[in-house]
Design a protein around this ligand. Structure first.
Ligand code: LLP
Length: 387
């Protein structure tokens, strides 16, 4: 159902706000489950950094996905949403002591460890508590991804993970420690990746590393390939469900597993991206000699992706009734020139009071909102709430 048909539900709701279509979300989750049920050793941990809205999380939990956290706050939020602790993987290049303590107290599935000093601290804290923490090592595979430079993570120059040449040393070290149990490897090469070749390159790199480990007599159980599958920002209405079939098929075809190994995925954007829209009201339409600006009440404090990553979210006017169209720059009210959602786009002739929807905003939208300019944080509503 197109977003325009939801517009009656928006009457009386203070703009800007996020709107989540739970039908799209459930369809997306069904599509993921249909693929992973073909493999009894595939597990998807939703990357909660993409969207931690409680109601959205509850739908994802109902679908049975596990969860990928990067902070203690995220662990608290997902436990509140009902996710079982034993499905939590905990990544992050800089985990604080209290966050490690929380993970150990709750007995999470696994810590994805990014350095030797972090491993030592986890071992020390677990020892103090008389527990054993399960750990995987995040290895930097030095595999590039065809995506925006700010969201590439798997290159040697990035701050993430442990160098491949140090892999055996850190595993040997972990094996000498009493309060950590080494179980496997973790990778993540970047986000908004649409080229399956990038995931093929990762699978092949993992195969090489596994051969190396096997030669060294090291066994692993867990292979965590991270997330990164992209969505269609240009045509969300025509293509609302990401291509999970091709994505999982890559790992099925290219990743060589040893008996008993499980494969873990950390998808964020692909799970929630297309179900969300940012709904904003047009405050003014202003014209100068060369441009028409549609000035809206949402700004980069509500959706920072265009300002931060040059991202384009499709924008539609939900309420205009004119048969004519015009060309606009859609801009926010924040006192910075980068507060622009898009330039020179065609919209139905737009006037003060119209509602616009910025589509594909379910991932890294609401969660990245800030209070700059002392602006209010946007609320998020699901289609089930606004009937
Ligand atoms: N696993 C790890 C270790 C990650 O760092 C990330 C995302 C994911 C999984 C989930 O990636 P996804 O499946 O969502 O691509 N704010 C940016 C994206 C930052 C991604 C950070 N890491 C944006 O709005 O495009």
């Amino acid at each position: 159902m197109a977003i325009t048909s939801h517009v009656e539900r928006f009457a009386g709701i203070r703009t800007p706000f996020y709107y989540y279509d739970t039908n799209i979300l459930r369809e997306t989750l069904d599509s993921i489950n249909a693929e992973i049920k073909k493999h009894d050793n595939y597990f998807v941990h939703y990357a909660v950094k993409a969207n931690a809205n409680l109601k959205v999380l509850q739908v994802i939990n109902e679908a049975g996905l596990g969860i990928d956290c990067v902070s203690g706050g995220e662990i608290e939020q997902v436990l509140k949403a009902g996710f079982p602790a034993n499905k939590i993987v905990f990544a992050g290049v800089g985990k604080s002591d209290w966050e490690i303590e929380l993970g150990i107290d709750k007995e999470i599935f696994c810590f994805n460890v990014e350095s030797i000093p972090e491993l030592e601290v986890i071992n020390e804290i677990a020892a103090r508590k008389g527990k054993v923490a399960t750990v995987c090592f995040r290895i930097n595979p030095n595999v590039g991804a065809h995506t925006h430079a700010n969201i590439t993570t798997g290159l040697a120059e990035n701050k993430f993970g442990i160098d491949m040449q140090d892999m055996e040393t850190v595993i040997r070290l972990a094996q000498t420690m009493k309060n950590v149990q080494f179980k496997g490897l973790h990778f993540h090469i970047g986000s908004q990746i649409l080229e399956m070749d990038d995931f093929i390159a990762l699978a092949q790199r993992i195969n090489d590393l596994q051969d190396q480990l096997e030669a060294a007599g090291i066994k692993i159980e867990i292979v965590n390939v991270g997330g990164g599958l992209g969505i269609d920002y240009a045509n969300p209405e025509g293509n609302p469900i990401p291509n999970f079939k091709d994505y999982f098929a890559v790992y099925d075809k290219y990743l060589k597993l040893r008996p008993g190994q499980t494969v873990h995925f950390e998808l964020g954007r692909a799970v929630v991206g297309q179900c969300g829209a940012l709904i904003t009201k047009v405050l003014y339409v202003k014209e100068n000699a060369i441009k028409k600006f549609a000035i809206v009440d949402a700004g980069f404090t509500d959706l920072i992706r265009p300002a931060l990553y040059d991202a384009h979210h499709r924008i539609v006017n939900l309420t205009a009734t004119s048969a004519e169209t015009d060309t606009y720059d859609v801009v926010g009210p924040i006192c910075e020139s980068s507060d622009v959602f898009d330039k020179d786009i065609t919209l139905t002739k737009t006037k003060r009071g119209d509602l616009l929807a910025l589509l594909s905003a379910g991932a890294y939208g609401e969660i990245m909102a800030s209070g700059y300019n002392c602006r209010r944080l946007p609320e998020g509503y699901t289609s089930e709430e606004l009937k």
